[in-house]
Write a protein that binds this ligand. Structure first.
Ligand SMILES: *[C@@H]1O[C@H](CO)[C@@H](O)[C@H](O)[C@H]1NC(C)=O
Ligand SMILES: *[C@@H]1O[C@H](CO)[C@@H](O)[C@H](O)[C@H]1NC(C)=O
Ligand SMILES: *[C@@H]1O[C@H](CO)[C@@H](O)[C@H](O)[C@H]1NC(C)=O
Ligand SMILES: *[C@@H]1O[C@H](CO)[C@@H](O)[C@H](O)[C@H]1NC(C)=O
Ligand SMILES: *[C@@H]1O[C@H](CO)[C@@H](O)[C@H](O)[C@H]1NC(C)=O
Ligand SMILES: *[C@@H]1O[C@H](CO)[C@@H](O)[C@H](O)[C@H]1NC(C)=O
Ligand SMILES: *[C@@H]1O[C@H](CO)[C@@H](O)[C@H](O)[C@H]1NC(C)=O
Ligand SMILES: *[C@@H]1O[C@H](CO)[C@@H](O)[C@H](O)[C@H]1NC(C)=O
Ligand SMILES: *[C@@H]1O[C@H](CO)[C@@H](O)[C@H](O)[C@H]1NC(C)=O
Length: 339
């Protein structure tokens, strides 16, 4: 081969390599460039026209499409999430801890069919949580806590059969906790969920018995600081995996179901600041119990319960619960830190 031909071959091969490198899907490039021109405080290193090839900060790609977008805690400011819903191969989206994101979550979020993780924690998202989040069938992690979402919890979330983490706490959500019925899914369908965090909202209505069943995998049920009323359903006692139960600061009434005490893995139980009545619950079966707060309820007058001395407790809070009589000295076992 003549030298000039060889040079041409080299040049052609090199330019092909460069073409292969510059392969970020044109739609994805357009979406990111639009964000770049309208969002404040994106990473300065978002330069050039090939986000995948040039490895733009916060972005990862598979087969030339953006699959990961992480822009957490960098002071992003915007009033709209732009065309993120058209990054069609996106699997992981984390915009958390950017108080300057004052956007709504549009119904078109459902276009992200491959999304497994959606983390929008600690921003200023407003408006309702769209029903269409229930179409993100691959979702494993949904963290929308610490925002300004309003409206009710979409029952469609019950359709997310792989969901493990559900955190909607610290918003302004109203309405009741949805359970399934003949025509609609509900949170009781989330058999793989380990976390229900719904605290610090304005949820009201009953905690329906159907919300809990023995096929669930929950470890945390955290619904404190709402306006929930009615009885504590005994069905909660069927979820043997439970470790932390927070029902405090609601308007729950009636007696504490005895089945609760069947939960041998529970380490923390908060029932304070409700209107619970009847006998002080017998928690003797909760053999892992470490922290218990039953304060500010209307239990019957009672002597110090025997479980005070028989469980490995570190903290017992029983302020204003009509306990009477002498405190047995064996309550003060070595691991007890607060009484
Ligand atoms: C992208 O992938 C690389 C290598 O797997 C990893 O080190 C990096 O943390 C990922 N970046 C993001 C934003 O996920
Ligand atoms: C995205 O989802 C489609 C089907 O919805 C699937 O064919 C494809 O393999 C998924 N992509 C990845 C990277 O998982
Ligand atoms: C909510 O998020 C902001 C930052 O975005 C943070 O300062 C604040 O501590 C968070 N609040 C809670 C209760 O997590
Ligand atoms: C749930 O996850 C499993 C295992 O990762 C996967 O095979 C299955 O397709 C997922 N189901 C849905 C509805 O996405
Ligand atoms: C839930 O999923 C079922 C079956 O896939 C579907 O028929 C139904 O429309 C979905 N419901 C909602 C509210 O998304
Ligand atoms: C079924 O549940 C949905 C959503 O929670 C609710 O709007 C509807 O009224 C319920 N239907 C019946 C027959 O109770
Ligand atoms: C639990 O799952 C089994 C097997 O799928 C089913 O037969 C049973 O009815 C379920 N129990 C409850 C309480 O939903
Ligand atoms: C809870 O216990 C009561 C009696 O103590 C029983 O009638 C009820 O069926 C139990 N509920 C569940 C869901 O196990
Ligand atoms: C019980 O109620 C009083 C008066 O409202 C309050 O100051 C106290 O913090 C409450 N105790 C607990 C443990 O929540």
């Amino acid at each position: 081969m003549d030298f000039r031909i060889r040079l041409w071959v080299v040049i052609i091969i090199c330019s092909q390599i460069m073409l292969i490198a510059a392969v970020t899907d044109p739609n994805d490039v357009a979406v990111l460039n639009a964000l770049k021109s309208s969002w404040k405080n994106l990473p300065r290193k978002w330069k050039g026209s090939d986000p995948c090839g040039r490895k733009w900060e916060g972005i990862n790609c598979t087969n030339s499409c953006v699959t990961t977008l992480i822009l957490a805690g960098i002071g992003v400011r915007t009033n709209s999430i732009g065309d993120i819903p058209s990054l069609s191969m996106l699997q992981y989206l984390d915009l958390s801890n950017n108080k300057g994101i004052r956007a709504v979550l549009p119904p078109t979020i459902q276009n992200l069919k491959n999304l497994t993780t959606l983390i929008l924690v600690g921003c200023s998202f407003r408006g309702p949580i769209p029903d269409s989040v229930g179409s993100l069938k691959q979702l494993v992690f949904l963290g929308l806590n610490n925002n300004s979402f309003i409206g009710s919890i979409p029952p469609s979330i019950g359709n997310l059969s792989n969901l493990s983490w559900l955190d909607l706490s610290q918003n302004q959500l109203t309405g009741s906790i949805p359970v399934s019925n003949a025509t609609s899914p509900g949170l009781d369908n989330l058999l793989k969920a380990k976390h229900f965090h719904l605290a610090n909202n304005r949820l009201s209505g009953l905690i329906l018995p159907k919300l809990f069943n023995s096929n669930m995998s929950l470890i945390h049920v955290i619904v404190n600081n709402n306006q929930l009323s009615g009885l504590i359903p005994s069905t909660i006692g069927t979820i043997k995996s439970l470790e932390v139960i927070r029902l405090d600061s609601n308007s729950l009434t009636g007696t504490v179901p005895q089945n609760l005490s069947d939960l041998k893995s529970v380490t923390e139980l908060y029932l304070s600041n409700n209107k619970l009545s009847g006998p002080v619950p017998n928690l003797l079966g909760m053999s892992s119990l470490f922290y218990v707060d039953l304060s500010n309820n209307s239990f019957d007058k009672s002597d110090i319960p025997t479980w005070f001395t028989r469980l490995p407790l570190n903290t017992i809070l029983m302020e204003n619960t009509q306990l009477q009589g002498e405190i047995p000295s064996d309550v003060f076992h070595p691991q007890l830190e607060s009484l």
